[in-house]
Design a protein around this ligand. Structure first.
Ligand SMILES: C=C(O[C@@H]1C=C(C(=O)O)C=C[C@H]1O)C(=O)O
Length: 408
């Protein structure tokens, strides 16, 4: 777990900050620290991704004021390198400490709260892109390319558009309450009146001083409500040759990208299990020491992005295949969400288990890693289980179960 952050001056509890969130604020919580950011002091201009880290460093340096809190940038970076990042220096940042247990205690009343914030979304209000057949055909096509040696791994995803009016504070509270060990976020997307919101279990990169942590996840199976079956699935995942290969592809790529920045990098010999309320994942936490303490968390995160956990391997072939077959724009899904301060410290989560929420609709996303041995029907089921993180918090699980496969 990312435990390199200890809140220096805890002005509020994480639960207080969650209770203070309003649409238009930015919110980011990890298991050890919570940030609530309000207002905008400066916005990073639209830039090619290669220019982002230097521009961020310059903007943050220009906003350092003696005697004032350290400025930070918070926001989201899209999956594609040619799309626009949403990063700003907020006018005010409130820091909260908060263990998972504290959040749980404080948020318990939410469990009993009825779904007053979702305006009766009905089955016909849900649009799949692609639908089940199309998604499974994409998986089959990827497997054929793998047989020809063109691809080693590719992550194929799908989206769901739900017509509903969603109360963002209520949704954020339920996401945080249900995913206390993850990274819960809300980022306003410029002046579009849309918000990126989610609860990711995956830490791409955290840096504090010289210490860096990365915790990639890859290789997954849905949880079961039956405890014995749940344990059987977890044990099976840890022994599955297909999933261990899918995981190793990611760990090798992340370690190779991080190593040039580090004087030391410790990579465990094999993965462990990580549980979310909906999924089991194979997880490897690597820790290192930076060779050059001037390397920022944003610079490191961009050097790792996109890992084969969200794109594939080789990267360029996987990216091309995704653009060709997926049939929708991922936008911020499978990008990065987090923050970086003027000292270069920061936390960047992989933007998954998320939705883009507008005034009258939300688009939800989920993907799954495809490697030789993957089965199209099981990958569809895996992505459905991943969608349940958001659908559950929106209290729409039942609506999805009832819906016919309506494609947009
Ligand atoms: C792409 C997603 O998840 C990614 C893919 C995983 C997998 O295929 O096993 C696991 C975690 C994430 O790295 C998603 O949740 O949408």
């Amino acid at each position: 777990m990312n435990d390199i952050f200890r809140v220096p001056t805890a002005a509020a509890s994480a639960a207080d900050l969650l209770g203070s969130y309003h649409g238009g604020d930015a919110f980011f919580s990890s298991p050890h620290q919570t940030l609530l950011a309000q207002g905008v002091a400066a916005t990073l201009p639209a830039l090619p991704v290669e220019a982002l880290a230097d521009a961020a460093r310059d903007l943050l340096a220009a906003h350092r004021r003696p005697g004032q809190p350290l400025p930070l940038l918070i926001g989201a970076i899209p999956f594609r390198s040619d799309a626009v990042a949403q990063l700003c220096i907020p006018a005010r940042v409130h820091y909260g400490s908060g263990s998972a247990a504290q959040l749980l205690d404080r948020m318990q009343p939410c469990v009993a709260t009825p779904a007053a914030d979702v305006a009766a979304a009905t089955a016909t209000d849900i649009r799949h892109q692609p639908g089940k057949q199309g998604y499974q055909a994409n998986v089959s096509q990827a497997l054929a390319l793998m047989q020809r040696g063109v691809l080693d791994k590719v992550v194929l995803s799908r989206s769901l558009r739900v017509a509903a009016q969603i109360d963002l504070p209520g949704l954020l509270q339920r996401l945080a309450q249900r995913n206390v060990l993850g990274y819960t976020f809300a980022v306003p997307l410029g002046d579009t009146q849309r918000t990126l919101i989610g609860a990711s279990p995956e830490l791409l990169l955290a840096r504090r001083g010289r210490h860096v942590v990365s915790n990639p996840l890859a290789g997954s199976i849905p949880r079961s409500a039956d405890p014995a079956e749940d344990q059987r699935r977890a044990r099976g995942l840890l022994q599955s040759a297909k999933d261990l290969h899918e995981h190793a592809v990611v760990i090798d790529a992340v370690a190779a990208a991080l190593r040039p920045f580090c004087s030391r990098l410790d990579v465990p010999a094999g993965p462990s299990l990580l549980a979310t309320p909906t999924m089991w994942h194979l997880s490897t936490e690597m820790r290192g020491e930076l060779a050059d303490p001037a390397t920022t968390s944003l610079q490191l995160a961009l050097a790792l992005h996109p890992t084969p956990a969200v794109c594939g391997h080789p990267t360029a072939a996987a990216r091309d295949f995704i653009a060709e077959v997926e049939g929708f724009d991922r936008r911020y899904f499978t990008g990065l969400t987090g923050w970086c301060d003027a000292d270069g410290d920061g936390e960047w989560a992989v933007t998954i288990r998320c939705a883009e929420v507008g005034a009258h609709d939300a688009t939800l996303y989920a993907g799954a890693g495809i490697v030789p041995g993957s089965e199209p029907a099981l990958e569809w089921r895996e992505t459905s289980a991943k969608l349940n993180t958001m659908l559950g918090a929106m209290q729409l699980e039942a609506a999805l179960a009832d819906t016919p496969e309506v494609q947009s």
